[in-house]
Design a protein around this ligand. Structure first.
Ligand code: NAI
Ligand code: MG
Length: 398
C-alpha cells in the first residue's frame, strides 16, 4: 500500500510536545506514514498577520488528513498589540485558526468520545444508595455540530441599519430591546440549517447503530430556543421514526444534562447537540473520565474525506516552556486513534488503545494530572511521568 501522508500541525505551546510523542507511538504501532509539518498558530499571526496561512490550507486540501496539537488564542486587543509593527497598520483582525479550518473545509461533524479507563485515579466516583462508593462506567460519544450555531461568527456590536431594521420586525425585539440605543446592542446569531442538522443527526444515529448504543440523546433546549433547538429535535424525531426505530431517542435540556451527567452518566450513549451545547456537554463528560489529558476529538467532512484530529485541550501556555514536557499525551494519542479509524486502520487503532488502557490500569506510569499534583516543572522529580515517559510506556506495550 502507498505510504500515507499526514499533515502534522503542532501549533502552539504544548501542541508540539504531545504531537511529537504521538507520532512516535504511531510509528511504533507500525503505521507507515510520512508527516509534513504545516504552519498554524500564534507565531504566524504575529509575523505574517495570519494564523492559518494559505499554504497550510493547501497542504490539508492535498493530503486530506491532519493531526493537530493546539493553538493559543488571545482577546482582540492583546492579539493586536503582539502583531509585528509593520502589520499593525493593515487593519487585521485575529480569528482562531481552528475555527477557520472547520469553516473552510466544512468539517461539520465533530465526534468526542468519553469513556472510563479502568484504574484511572481521576475517574468520577459517587456515593451509592448503601453509602458505599460507586464508580460508574461512562461510555458516551458526543456528536457536536461544528460549523454553525453560536460559533458561526455572524455577529455585530452596534449592528448595521439593515440588520437593526430586520430585528425591529420581530415583536419581541421591539418589546424587549426597542428602547435600547442601537450602539448599546451586541448580537450573536444562532443559525442552524436543515442540511447541517440532518448530517450531525445522521452521524449520531449511524454511530449508535454501528456500535450498539441503545439511545441517542438530543441535548439542546427546545422548550426555550424554539426555532433552532426545536428544529433539531423535530428532525431527530422524524429520523428516528423512519430509519432507526430500534434506537431510543431521548431529549434533554443542556442545563439539566449538566446536572444529570454527574448523577447517572452511565445511562447515556450517543449525545448530539449544536455547536456550543456540544462543546459544553463534551467538556462535562470529559471531566468524569479524567479531564483534558484524556479528551480526544475528530472533526471531519464525510463528503470530502478531510479530517482534522486533535485533543480538546488548548496550548497550556504555563507548561509550554518547560525543558521536560509534563503534560499528558493520552488525549492526543487517542485523537490519533480516531484518525486511524477514519482512514481504515482500525486494527492499529485498537492495538494502541489497548496499550494505553493497560498502562492506565497498571498504574505504574502516571503523568502529573493523574497523580493529582499541581503542574510544576519539578513534578517529574516528584515521581510523575513526563510526556515522553508516558509515550515510552505505551510504545513498550506495543
Ligand atoms: P488549556 O486546555 O490550554 O489548559 C487548561 C489547563 O488544563 C492547563 O493549565 C492544564 O492544567 C490542563 N491541561 C491541558 N492540557 C493538558 C494535558 N494534555 N495534560 C495535563 N493537563 C492538561 O486551556 P486554557 O488555559 O483555557 O487556554 C490556553 C490557550 O489555549 C488559550 O490561548 C486558548 O485560547 C487556547 N485553546 C486552544 C484550543 C485548541 O487549540 N483547540 C482549545 C482550548 C483552548
Ligand atoms: Mg471546549
Amino acid at each position: 500500500m502507498a505510504k500515507r501522508t499526514i499533515v502534522a500541525l503542532p501549533g502552539d505551546g504544548i501542541g508540539k510536545a504531545v504531537l511529537d510523542e504521538t507520532i512516535r507511538v504511531l510509528n511504533a504501532a507500525g503505521f507507515d506514514a510520512e508527516y509534513i509539518e504545516g504552519d498554524i498558530g500564534w507565531e504566524f499571526w504575529t509575523t505574517e498577520g495570519n494564523p492559518l496561512p494559505q499554504r497550510t490550507i493547501d497542504l490539508i486540501e492535498k493530503h486530506k488528513i491532519a493531526l493537530f496539537g493546539a493553538i493559543t488564542s488571545k482577546p482582540k486587543d492583546a492579539a493586536f498589540s503582539e502583531l509585528a509593527p509593520e502589520l499593525q497598520k493593515e487593519g487585521l483582525v485575529y480569528s482562531s485558526p481552528i475555527v477557520g479550518l472547520r469553516q473552510h473545509f466544512n468539517l461539520d461533524i465533530c465526534m468526542r468520545p468519553c469513556h472510563t479507563y479502568k484504574g484511572n485515579p481521576l475517574n468520577f466516583i459517587r456515593r451509592g444508595a448503601d453509602g458505599g462508593v460507586e464508580e460508574p462506567l461512562v461510555d458516551v460519544v458526543i456528536f457536536r455540530q461544528n460549523t454553525e450555531g453560536l460559533y458561526g461568527g455572524v455577529e455585530w456590536s452596534n449592528p448595521p441599519e439593515k440588520v437593526y431594521d430586520a430585528l425591529m420586525t420581530h415583536p419581541k425585539f421591539v418589546k424587549n430591546f426597542g428602547n435600547t440605543p442601537k450602539e448599546d446592542i451586541s448580537v450573536s446569531t444562532r443559525i442552524f440549517t436543515k442540511k447541517a442538522t440532518e448530517r450531525i443527526l445522521r452521524g449520531a444515529f449511524e454511530h449508535a447503530k454501528d456500535f450498539g448504543y441503545k439511545s441517542v440523546t438530543v441535548c439542546e433546549k427546545p422548550n426555550v430556543i424554539r426555532e433552532t433547538s426545536g428544529m433539531m429535535y423535530k428532525m431527530a424525531q422524524e429520523m428516528q421514526k423512519k430509519d432507526y426505530p430500534d434506537i431510543e431517542l431521548w431529549n434533554t435540556n443542556i442545563d439539566a444534562q449538566m446536572m444529570w451527567l454527574t448523577k447517572n452518566p452511565e445511562d447515556y450513549g450517543v449525545i448530539v447537540a449544536g455547536n456550543m451545547f456540544g462543546d459544553i456537554v463534551s467538556d462535562g463528560f470529559a471531566g468524569l473520565i479524567g479531564g483534558l489529558g484524556f479528551a480526544c476529538s475528530a472533526q471531519f467532512n464525510p463528503d470530502s474525506g478531510i479530517g482534522v484530529f486533535e485533543p480538546t485541550h488548548g496550548s497550556a501556555p504555563k507548561y509550554a516552556d518547560y525543558e521536560t514536557s509534563i503534560v499528558n499525551p493520552i488525549a492526543m494519542i487517542e485523537s490519533a486513534c480516531m484518525m486511524l479509524d477514519f482512514i481504515n486502520e482500525k486494527d492499529r487503532a485498537t492495538k494502541i488503545r489497548k496499550a494505553v488502557a493497560e498502562i492506565i490500569s497498571e498504574g505504574k506510569v502516571r503523568t502529573y494530572d493523574m497523580m493529582k499534583m499541581r503542574g510544576r516543572a519539578d513534578v517529574v522529580e516528584q515521581g510523575a511521568a513526563s510526556t515522553k515517559e508516558m509515550a515510552d510506556a505505551v510504545i513498550a506495550k506495543l
